[in-house]
Design a protein around this ligand. Sequence first.
Ligand code: BTN
Length: 245
Amino acid sequence: MSETFIHLNETHSTNSYLRELIMREREQPEGTVVITDYQTAGRGQKGNSWESERGKNLTFSILLHPSHIPPGKQFILSQLISIAIVKVLKKYDRYFSIKWPNDIYWKEKKIAGILIEVDLTGSFLSNAIIGIGININQKYFKSDAPNPVSLAQITGKEHDLPELLEKILDSITDEYNTYSPDNEEKIKQKYMEFLFRNRGLHPYLSGKEFFNASIERIEPNGQLILKKENGSIHTFAFKEISFVI
Ligand code: BTN
């Protein structure tokens, strides 16, 4: 992948910065990385904001050109990126997992979030902006994010940000390069192995309904299939269901 690396002291959001760069200059090489010490308007999924104390954590975005991944299968990107991050974190502790679709958890707490924004040109994925926020050295969280945790809180010591970034980028490159239609099944298996609450009954909330269910499977388009206690099967898109933690 390319070596283009942009380090900003401060920016609104690395995803937005990368998007504006692509708009201005038309194209940027695959592998372009934008990283910042501080985001003034860090964005999360579902329109949420992303809190990250200045200089304490990793907040960055990577540009990919996944034209070899069919648009209907863009969930593969979520799987590859979250597998890559969990593989690195698992070297520090065993209790890391992927909370569907692509939050990274340690036990019942969230350590990292991923925001993927794609451009469709004709019928292929021309750009994917992969935004990643990983809590590394932050000790106190101000926002009302329900259950944040950092690597320093888990390991009891501070970590070198450039060193961790390099490990994460290498791991992402490895996972991304392994993709081919032939090994989708293998990727899916790894994702299921790392999945939070991949076994047993757990509580969920959909609309106003609370219920216990187990994860039956994840569809190639990323939808979550749950099996309720009574055996009935239900399909959920990302915004239609919350895990009760
Ligand atoms: C989430 O869990 O809601 C996704 C959080 C994604 C945060 C990262 S930080 C770097 C990149 N720039 C952003 O504005 N958001 C992503």
